[in-house]
Design a protein around this ligand. Structure first.
Ligand SMILES: C[S@@+](CC[C@H](N)C(=O)[O-])C[C@H]1O[C@@H](n2cnc3c(N)ncnc32)[C@H](O)[C@@H]1O
Length: 264
């Protein structure tokens, strides 16, 4: 990950020192005065370039909205939502990234609109809170138990969820709408059958890249956890709303979550 801060005229050397001290950065945050936290990011001006593909698919005024940013990292998306007026809860299980996010929020004068918390996505199962808008981006493939997390998160969405995950190439969808016999198992090998590839070792040097789903798999899992995909504004990005719940699946998920998370 790129770390060398760019220091144009107008940025104090103490800001540059903090940027260097808090490195490495995954999010390129543009700080007041022009300093950027990761200007040489391999993905370009990341994730501003991704946000450009998303923001027009969300309401332009989020005043009165409670938002949750899961795996907030250095806080880029939390800052974007706060600027649109949302009150944001930003969680990440990594203390290093939360330090970056808290510091950057202060620099951007956004601290009053964002509550940061070191917390795992699974721990949301123990909270009663739900949120108008949830960003669940760039985290799913890092999870050993991704569908468990999606079932938990889907139950916390009141209005919208933005979902993004590392995906297998291809957009094909094979119709899975009917029962299939055991003798028809070769259908599961179709490129458009919903699936996730398991990474036992590493991908891109990261041992926490556990699962890579295909497009059919992402849409099927979102549906199965009770979300309706309403837009697919860019590759790997899904705008969803609650709905289309199948009662049997929903009861099954609720029972499973109770078995896992209710006190004995
Ligand atoms: C690839 S980064 C994505 C950051 C940001 N959401 C984005 O889309 O740019 C993954 C982030 O998820 C966090 N993360 C990984 N596992 C998590 C978990 N179980 N609960 C909460 N956050 C997690 C990591 O610490 C990291 O900040």
């Amino acid at each position: 990950m790129p770390a060398k801060p760019f220091e144009p005229d107008g940025s104090s050397s103490s800001t540059a020192r903090m940027v260097a001290e808090l490195a490495p950065w995954f999010h390129n945050i543009h700080l007041p005065g022009g300093l950027q936290t990761a200007p040489e990011h391999v993905l370009g001006d990341f994730p501003a370039n991704k946000w450009l593909r998303i923001r027009d698919h969300l309401p332009g005024d989020l005043r009165g909205w409670q938002a949750l940013d899961i795996g907030c990292n250095a806080g880029f998306y939390s800052f974007a939502l706060a600027r649109l007026g949302a009150q944001v809860t930003a969680i990440d299980n990594n203390a290093h990234y939360l330090r970056q996010a808290r510091w950057a929020a202060g620099q951007l004068n956004l601290s009053p609109s964002i509550h940061f918390e070191q917390m795992s996505v699974y721990a949301l199962a123990r909270t009663r809170r739900s949120f108008d808008l949830i960003l669940f981006m760039g985290v799913f493939y890092h999870l050993r138990y991704p569908l468990l997390a999606l079932d938990i998160v889907a139950r916390k969405v009141k209005r919208r969820m933005v979902f993004q995950t590392l995906s297998l190439p291809g957009m094909e969808i094979f119709d899975t709408g009917e029962d299939r016999g055991l003798a028809e198992r070769s259908d599961l090998l179709h490129p458009g059958w919903p699936k996730m590839a398991f990474i036992e070792h590493k991908m891109a040097g990261d041992p926490t890249n556990w699962w890579v789903a295909n497009h059919a798999g992402v849409t099927a899992m979102l549906r199965s956890s009770g979300m309706r995909v309403i837009e697919n504004p860019a590759e790997e990005i899904y705008i969803c709303e609650p709905g289309g719940k199948n009662d049997w699946t929903s009861d099954f998920i609720d029972k499973g979550l109770r078995e896992l998370f209710d006190p004995v």
